[in-house]
Design a protein around this ligand. Structure first.
Ligand code: SAM
Length: 218
């Protein structure tokens, strides 16, 4: 993937318009909209597609994977109710954009990706932007036992079931935000860990993600 990390007035303008478009589509916190307006999403794509970054669409990032649609990123972030200093685990680093949004909101982000090449590319962009995210390569359905427990966990790929292991790695009071369904469509769910072994599930809108592949995935 070719990256050149050049920002221009034109791309800044498109980014501001994208942030305004997202703000019109949902009840998002102004801090999140501000992060979207300032974070150069085109750095996370091949430089040939810079302008595509500012359409509210998912886009290929290679290896058969995608950067999620900005609206979807905003939606999952909203459900996480991120507070500065929280420890958040992301499953599916992909381009690194979602992780960068969470870190820009003040979270301590740990992100796992199963495809080494994508993780390497994401690391380069995050380093260029001076955004601190701890990245890992492996099967995210198994979480990160050594770094657990987490305040929040976000899964950015389509899960057939709720991975039990991830629930074990949540703090009491924490949330798991995860799209669950078949390979075509998934319902966004937020599971709140209400006690050591009690949970509350809320179901939100329908989305379409690439599959979560792993021991507790497809
Ligand atoms: N969050 C990403 C972003 O901001 O660009 C988008 C993620 S993309 C929709 C889903 C990613 O999940 C893909 O990069 C895929 O390789 C990864 N993935 C799928 N199964 C996984 C697993 N078990 N562990 C870690 N990553 C996984």
């Amino acid at each position: 993937m070719s990256k050149n990390f050049v920002d221009t007035y034109k791309l800044k303008g498109l980014r501001k318009k994208l942030a305004e478009e997202i703000a019109r589509k949902g009840e998002f916190d102004y801090k999140l909209i501000d992060v979207i307006a300032n974070l150069p999403r085109h750095f996370f794509l091949d430089s040939a597609f810079a302008e595509k970054a500012y359409h509210d669409q998912a886009f290929p990032i290679g290896e058969g994977q995608t950067i999620s649609q900005p609206y979807t990123v905003a939606y999952q972030t909203m459900l996480l109710e991120v507070k500065p200093g929280e420890k958040i685990l992301e499953i599916g680093t992909g381009s690194g954009y979602q992780a960068a949004i969470l870190a820009s909101l003040g979270a301590k982000v740990y992100s796992i990706e199963r495809v080494q090449k994508l993780s390497d590319e994401a690391k380069k962009v995050l380093a260029h932007l001076n955004i601190i995210v701890k990245t890992y390569v492996g099967d995210g359905t198994l979480g990160l036992p050594k770094q657990a427990p987490f305040d929040k966990i976000i899964v950015t790929a389509a899960a057939p079931i709720i991975p039990e292991t991830l629930l074990l790695q949540l703090k009491v009071g924490g949330y798991l935000v995860i799209p669950v369904g078949d390979k075509e469509t998934q319902e966004m769910r937020r599971i709140t860990k209400t006690g050591e072994s009690t949970f509350k599930t809320q179901v939100f809108d329908t989305f379409r993600f690439v599959p979560l592949i792993g021991e507790e995935g497809w």
